[in-house]
Design a protein around this ligand. Sequence first.
Ligand SMILES: NC(=O)c1ccc[n+]([C@@H]2O[C@H](COP(=O)([O-])OP(=O)(O)OC[C@H]3O[C@@H](n4cnc5c(N)ncnc54)[C@H](OP(=O)(O)O)[C@@H]3O)[C@@H](O)[C@H]2O)c1
Length: 233
Amino acid sequence: MPGKQKIFLVSGVSSGMGKAFAKFIQAKGHNLIALVRNKTSLVNFNCEQIIELDYAYPDRVEAAFHNFKTKIDCFVNFAAILPGKSYDEYDDKSLAELMNINVISPSLIIKSIVPHIKENGSIILLGSVSAQKGSYDDAYAASKGAIHSLVKSLALKLAPQIRVVGLAPALCNNTRMTQELVPGRYQRNLETIPLKQAAEVEDIAQIAYFLSSDSSKFITGSMLDVNGGQYLR
Ligand SMILES: NC(=O)c1ccc[n+]([C@@H]2O[C@H](COP(=O)([O-])OP(=O)(O)OC[C@H]3O[C@@H](n4cnc5c(N)ncnc54)[C@H](OP(=O)(O)O)[C@@H]3O)[C@@H](O)[C@H]2O)c1
């Protein structure tokens, strides 16, 4: 294998982009530590280690990483939910659940694993075009906006040892999130993308891999837009 073998901690490996990324890095000979809600969701993965954690319970993060000893090169956070509701359909409980899964648990995971990230390692967080242009799911957009901000602040704080980079996709095929959109929304969304196509999970996997590699060693604190021109800034 050209280059050195790395160790990736990856969440969301059971589905969509996280699954594609996990397959991609394994095909390149790297080691995978899967961070999943339920290990039974992992089929055909040869993981160095599996950590079970339901992001809905941020109070479980510390215990999940208590005995974590491995030195890792990169943490990529794919796990998130898109409830697909308008602001007036949320209540305090569903809003808290969304923020726990999309923002609070990822933040606490970062706190737990930063001491385990090797020098010149990286953290890659999944944001969304929704954070930049708004969304029918206002709270989801807000949760992703928090991730975009976190990328900047953490990048400054963790430099020069660790790079922190974000990826902001638009519509992406073969993800549960896209498959669960209400009828008609996929097509309407697609029509607003100048390139007239959605991303494929393999596209996202390759871009995330680039962001984790030394080829992007001068990139930190940025959100990389992968949106087919849907939002330009
Ligand atoms: N798909 C898109 O069009 C799109 C566009 C912009 C941004 N994004 C972002 O891209 C990232 C990847 O999304 P995707 O499209 O690949 O989504 P997906 O196919 O729906 O996968 C979501 C992943 O998150 C995990 N997850 C959900 N709730 C969890 C919890 N409580 N605890 C632990 N893990 C949990 C799921 O695990 P389980 O199998 O256990 O539920 C699954 O592995 C997300 O951050 C999303 O916000 C997606």
